[in-house]
Write a protein that binds this ligand. Structure first.
Ligand code: NAD
Ligand code: LMR
Length: 336
């Protein structure tokens, strides 16, 4: 009745602005998608989690929906339900696609994952063109340029809202550095720039906070371990896939940062792979400030005062990263 309507409006006004964001996960029944959906379901900033996959998503959603956190869980299966999954969402996270097996590079996933990302981003363009788009599917160095081209073709590209998720590289760098130098994990922050594959992953150890001194041997050892973190997990899983739990953790952190920025927090910084003018390459991972409209500032100071080791590594990564970007662009442009 009318009385209840008044109460309802009153209650809505009392609700904090937080807890009102909707997040979609595309590939939600997968190794990353499931734990990521769980972590998003635990966020107080989220009012609804939309789970999409081509199969097996009903069970995941039923299971997750029994957690007594406030957010609603909705499931969407197959392309016919994708538009409704996307309508009205603030953030779309895309971990859909095949993972590596031992002996493979991330680029070996291109043929399958390029098409998956292209199709999903077309739907994003049609149904939630204003959403932040977080691309996890590999090879990130190519799938982000593909997504950008698709959005351009649809006339809705906003470079400030398209992100390749490289948070896992930062998470690994923070963990490995803290262990090596006996620092408190929670304090350590290492910016990681470039891209997300092999030598294109460049941790800037000289910019570690709190300020930390490394020997040349430590720099070499830590850099190589951070660059090979993904391969370390692929080999340990021995054919059963790649990083899923640490990736879900990292992706949840990037989602939470995005939602805090959307909620008006003025102090949100993350590293990610974006369209960039920081170097001569059209896409580049670096530390950015996140705001309501996406990328608010690129922290160019991180690239000043690099060590000789970092300068050399930066020059060395550019040809590979450039080729991966161009491969993605060419793929998207030759499609009808
Ligand atoms: P997975 O095989 O366990 O899960 C992938 C899911 O995607 C499956 O549930 C599958 O059904 C779904 N899928 C396939 N095609 C789809 C489509 N067209 N639409 C919607 N969903 C679709 O793989 P995973 O371990 O979760 O890894 C997923 C991707 O993430 C891989 O490409 C992997 O290389 C990448 N990855 C990236 C990072 C990073 O740091 N950016 C880290 C780890 C993994
Ligand atoms: C990672 O860094 O763990 C991911 O990119 C998955 C992979 O293939 O290594």
């Amino acid at each position: 009745g009318p009385k209840r309507g008044v109460m309802q409006r009153f209650t809505n006004q009392l609700q904090p602005r937080a807890s009102s964001f909707k997040v979609a996960v595309l590939g939600a029944a997968g190794g990353i998608g499931q734990p990521l959906a769980l972590l998003i379901k635990m966020s107080p900033l989220v009012s609804a989690v939309h789970l999409y996959d081509i199969a097996n998503v009903k069970g995941v959603a039923a299971d997750l929906s029994h957690c007594n956190t406030p957010s609603q869980v909705l499931d969407f299966t197959g392309p016919s339900e994708l538009p409704n999954c996307l309508k009205g969402v603030d953030v779309v996270v895309i971990p859909a696609g095949v993972p590596r097996k031992p002996g493979m590079t991330r680029d070996d996933l291109f043929n399958i994952n390029a098409n998956i990302v292209k199709t999903l981003v077309e739907a994003v363009a049609d149904n939630c063109p204003d959403a932040f788009i977080h691309i996890i599917s590999n090879p990130v160095n190519s799938t982000v340029p593909i997504a950008a081209e698709v959005l351009k073709q649809k006339g809705v590209y906003d470079p400030k809202k398209l992100f390749g998720v490289t948070t896992l590289d930062v998470v690994r760098a923070n963990t490995f550095v803290a262990h090596k130098k006996n620092l408190k994990l929670i304090d350590v922050d290492v910016p990681v720039i470039g891209g997300h594959a092999g030598i294109t992953i460049l941790p800037l150890l000289s910019k570690t906070r709190p300020s930390t001194a490394f020997t040349d041997e430590e720099v070499e050892e830590l850099t190589v371990r951070i660059q090979n973190g993904g391969t370390e997990v692929v080999e340990a899983k021995a054919g059963a896939g790649s990083a899923t739990l640490s990736m879900a953790y990292a992706a949840a952190r990037f989602v939470e940062s995005s939602l805090r920025a959307l909620d008006g927090d003025g102090d949100v910084y993350e590293c990610c792979f974006i369209q960039s003018e920081l170097t001569e390459l059209p896409f580049f991972a670096s530390r950015i400030k996140l705001g309501k409209n996406g990328v608010e500032a690129v922290i160019s100071a991180d690239l000043q005062g690099l060590t000789q080791y970092e300068e050399k590594a930066l020059e060395a990564l550019k040809p590979e990263l450039k080729a991966s970007i161009e491969k993605g662009v060419a793929f998207a442009q030759k499609q009808p």
